[in-house]
Design a binder for this molecule. Structure first.
Ligand SMILES: [Zn+2]
Length: 252
């Protein structure tokens, strides 16, 4: 049977639509530019501030998830502002650093009390000083679906921790993520430099963004990442031509 010209054109158009549709889908599933997102948690402003020149020297843009803002001194607030002005993201890590599921299910506060006491109250204090966090990290990484959903009304994404040996869980596949799992790189994580560098390589190979979590930079406590490890990571990132993402840049 012979096809008429209009039928053939229609077929041709249909094929084009399918091809462009597929291509678009593939792009959505990967980062345009692979990279890493380095995050720091808690309230160690003085320590982070001290290492700003070190981060700058490698062109690093990081995300600092801040808690206990109500205890910051005016000088620490000033330092936080300087950190932000260096291109880093100031994000939120709750007000008092409670385990959020425990707050509700063990200590019997309502979900609304949790949000008001630990989120809204802290955000208000920060907003008053010109900080507007749009992403959140859970204290201790403790979370569940119900709290995730509730927090999505306030934040573009929430970050938990990757407590598994499945490192791929810490690879964000697109630039529009709402739940992220950071891989711990502090001394307490007991991870080797090789395994950390391998995740960076995987991000490059798969066009993803690798998410890392640390606390202090180069102090004696266990929740601290060594300067040597950071230097190895940054050198690897820069050699592979990866980009540094802040968390809001890869959030929904
Ligand atoms: Zn924390």
């Amino acid at each position: 049977m012979k096809y008429s010209v209009p039928v053939l054109s229609l077929y041709f158009i249909l094929v084009i639509i399918l091809i462009t549709g597929c291509t678009k889908y593939a792009k959505d599933g990967h980062m345009k530019q692979p990279g890493i997102a380095l995050t720091f948690d808690d309230d160690r402003i003085d320590n982070w501030y001290q290492y700003l020149p070190f981060l700058d020297s490698f062109g690093v843009k990081a995300t600092f998830y801040v808690c206990k803002y109500n205890r910051f001194t005016p000088e620490q607030k000033q330092k936080l502002s300087v950190i932000q002005n260096h291109g880093h993201e100031i994000a939120f890590h709750s007000l008092n650093h409670y385990n959020m599921p425990d707050y509700v299910y063990k200590y019997k506060y309502t979900l609304d009390e949790l949000i008001n006491n630990e989120v809204v109250a802290g955000l208000n204090l920060m907003n008053r000083d010109g900080f507007y966090p749009v992403t959140f990290a859970y204290p201790y990484g403790a979370h569940n679906d119900i709290i995730d959903k509730k927090l999505m009304r306030y934040f573009k994404s929430v970050r938990a921790l990757n407590g598994t040996s499945d490192f791929a869980k810490s690879l964000a596949p697109t630039q529009k993520n709402d739940l992220l799992f950071g891989l711990g790189i502090d001394k307490s994580s007991k991870r080797t430099d090789e395994s950390v560098l391998q995740l960076i390589k995987s991000a490059a190979d798969n066009s993803n963004c690798a998410i890392f979590v640390a606390h202090d930079i180069n102090t004696s406590i266990k929740l601290s990442v060594t300067k040597e490890r950071l230097r190895k990571m940054f050198t690897h990132v820069n050699q592979l031509g990866l980009q540094y993402y802040t968390i809001s840049e890869i959030s929904n």
